[in-house]
Structure formats: C-alpha cells, structure tokens
Design a protein around this ligand. Sequence first.
Ligand code: FAD
Length: 477
Amino acid sequence: MSSRRDALLTTPSSSPFTVNGGVSFWYAQDGMPVPREPLAGDTTADVCVVGGGFTGLWTAYYLKKAAPYLDIAVLEAKFCGYGASGRNGGWLYNGIAGRDSYARLHGRDAAVRLQKAMNATVDEVVTVAAAERIEADIHKGGVLEVAYTPAQLTRLREFHEAELAYGESDRVLRGARETAERIHVAGAVGSTWTPHGARLHPAKLVKGLASLVESLGVRVYESTPVTEIRPKHAVTPYGTVRAPYVLRCTEGFTAGLKGDRRTWLPMNSSMIATEPLPDAVWKSIGWEGRETLGDMAHAYMYAQRTADGRIALGGRGVPYRFGSKTDNDGRTQASTIADLREILVRFFPAAAGVRIAHAWSGVLGVPRDWCATVTLDRSTGLGWAGGYVGSGVATANLAGRTLRDLVRQDAGQAGQTELTSLPWVNHKVRKWEPEPLRWLGVQGMYAAYREADRREARGHSAATHPIARAANRVTGH
Ligand SMILES: Cc1cc2nc3c(=O)[nH]c(=O)nc-3n(C[C@H](O)[C@H](O)[C@H](O)COP(=O)(O)OP(=O)(O)OC[C@H]3O[C@@H](n4cnc5c(N)ncnc54)[C@H](O)[C@@H]3O)c2cc1C
C-alpha cells in the first residue's frame, strides 16, 4: 500500500502541472470576477447581509423579490463567492445536517417536513436558475452513493432504508452490476440513488446570483470585511452600516468575527480537478447520467463529472487548522492532493494517467452538535444561517427563503409560514471547546475515521468498525 502511495506522490501526473489554490478550479475555468466597490462611508439599510456566498445572496434575492422596496446592503470581505460557495463540489442535493437530531428533538413528522423542504429546494434552485437565466452547468442526474467494502454495504443498505423512511419513495437500491452500468467504480458492490440531486458549477451560480441581486437593486459592497456585528450595526474599516436587521451569512469564516470564535468550527474540505478525460477513458467509466457521486467511507469522498468532461473530486484532507484558522486563498497540502489522487485512481484505474489540473480547499461551518440552523433573534434583529457541515449548496437556498420569512414576519409584513415552522429554525447549540481541546478532538476524530476505513477495507466484516462506532458516539453521529 505505502509503495503505491509513494508512487502516486512522486508521479508527474499530480505536479508540477497542478495549480494549487487560486481560490478554486471553478474560477480558473470561468475567470475571476471584477471586484465591486467597497463601502464608502457610513450608511443605513433596511437589511444588512454580512457575507456574499449562497446564504447571503439567496437571502438578499428572496427578500428583494418579496418586498422590492427594501433597501438591502450586502457586505463581502473579498468578493462574492470567495468562500465555500465558489469552491464546493457542486453537489446540489437534498441532504441537511442534523435531520436525525431534529427528529429526536421535535418528532419524526417535523423532520420529515424538513426533508421534504430539502427535496423541494433542489428543484427550487434548478427552477430559479433557469428562470433568471443563470447558466451554471446544472444537470439533474440525482445522487449515486456507492459501497466498496462489506461494512460500507451494510451502512449503505441502512442509509437507504432510513431515507425511504423519511419519505424518499423514489430512491433506488442497486446491486454491483447495475451500479457498474451507471458508473464503473472499481470494486463497487452496490449503490443507492436518489433523484433529488443535481450537478452544478458553483462559481457560475454564485457569480450569476451576485449579478442578479445587484440588478434587482441590492447594494453589494466587496473588499469590505465586517469587523464587528452588534444589534443594528455592522462595522467595517470603510464605515458602519446601521440596519434594523443584520444577518450573519459567513459560515466557515464565522470564527473570525468578534465574539464568535467558538460558534462554528471551520472544517476544511479539499478538492482536485483532472484535465478533461479522453473519450476512451470515459467509455470505460460510463457516468452518462452525470450523477453526483459519493461513497460510504467514514472519511467520505464526493465527486462530479464536469460539463467539460473532467472529474472534480473532494474529501477531507487536513480537517482543521489550529485556532480556527482558514486557508490562504484555497491552497491545500501536497499530501492532501496525493490522498485525493489515490481515491481517484482507486475508483477509476483507467484515469491513472490523467493529470490533476487543479487542487484547492475551503472551509465549511460545523456547529458543536453538527446541526444546521437558521435563526432570527427578534429582540436584537440579529440573524444567521449556516453550520451546514458540507451540505450547504441546497441548504443555503432554504436558509435564504427562511430568513426572508423570519424578517418579514418580525417586521409585521407576513405571518408564520411553513418554512418558519421547520425544526431547524431558531435552534440553539453550545459553543466549541477552547483550544487545544478543539484541535485535539477533531484530529482524533478524523484519525479514528481514517483508521476505521483502512481496517474495513482490509477486513471482511460487514459491521462498521468499532473505532468508527466509538467516534460516532463521541461526535453524536
Ligand atoms: C471544498 C468544499 C466542497 C464542498 N462541497 C459541497 C457540495 O458539493 N455540496 C454541498 O451541499 N456543500 C458543499 N460544501 C459546503 C458548501 O459549499 C457551503 O456550506 C456553502 O457554500 C456555504 O455558503 P455560505 O454562503 O453560507 O458561506 P460561504 O460561501 O463560505 O460565504 C461566506 C462569505 O462570507 C465572507 N465573509 C467571511 N467573513 C466575513 C466578514 N467578516 N465580513 C464580510 N464578509 C465575510 C466570505 O468571504 C464568503 O464569501 C463544500 C464546501 C467546501 C469548502
């Protein structure tokens, strides 16, 4: 195993041709945006949105559509889409972090309503993008998740049954042969497929959204970092925005804000994108349906077939930087690139000779209880949404519509809606432990998951390895 890994590390296929960082491959392909002007002095607004990712932009979009007279200002530290929204794997899918916890806290029916709202959210994004003429390479081919060890197969079947019980009657369980007919993943012994997922180009969607909200009259200020959020105020080096509602939409960067260092842990996720694959390689792989592809490993992978015939594949890499630090414009570690390439070749041996064109990383927000939340504190007018734990592409849209309803309800413009009654609304969670406990905990958890994956791959047991079960108990999974 280690000699294969060494060979992968030194192979010319992963470097020096590989661009590392530069925010993400998606920007290298589609072009960096021309920066908008920063805030020019103190101002007022009806709603101030902090952060120009999917959460902030969808919130601004839905608020402006519902109430065009609202004066909305978006404050973005770098440029819209600089964060995870411009770096992700492009899985627009119906997963939401914390659903099972919400079932325990609020009852199964409430969690089923949340799941149904997520299923509908996938279609909402597809529909709005089409209606607003945002070309983001969207293809609704569903989500295919594969198993390639006996223990993964057991988890896959359990996962499949659990999803059916949340009302996903259109989910399909496939055996080894049927799976290979969809996507030929080496050694795959089964898969589960749901139609509630689409592949997309994240940077195209976030750029399109930023232009769209601007065209609707939302003021978007870039290169404008907010240094402090307090009731009715967002403070920046270029001036302060005073607004009755200040909505924090900074997900993985939230720890950088005063008072929020331990609110959500910035977890890294890293990706690679290959060069376009030759037709012969695609022939052997299949993947005609353009499903988003994942697996049942504890340290799971996620991938898509891009519109121009590459494989973009992600995984955990170095999970967390001490002190909640974020990365430097998306640069990732050489060892992470090698790890991801190893997964690529393990899945698709025919792609062994394909070069890695680009590697990058980003941060996503993880709450202490791993439950995504959307909140408006009616006493202060402060709101926030995030903690999506890697499932934020669709969830951010649901959050945007929910923040719209919460703000309008508070302002007396609307009553309670189906969205404001979902169980993830106004959920409270305790903060993360101080360092070094935070760092030690995350390192330990991922070391345990990786070791469990290794042992499951070597062994023949159909049960989840006890190391992973112990880690799940600690993390509450
Ligand atoms: C590599 C990677 C792959 C992923 N893959 C998937 C996937 O395939 N599917 C999926 O569902 N989810 C995925 N995710 C998660 C998903 O991308 C995020 O959950 C989602 O994009 C979060 O959107 P957001 O707008 O809340 O945050 P972000 O997109 O991170 O936006 C926050 C914005 O706030 C700005 N900001 C930060 N601090 C300040 C400040 N002080 N003042 C002003 N602005 C500030 C940032 O510059 C940034 O633009 C992935 C994440 C990563 C990192």
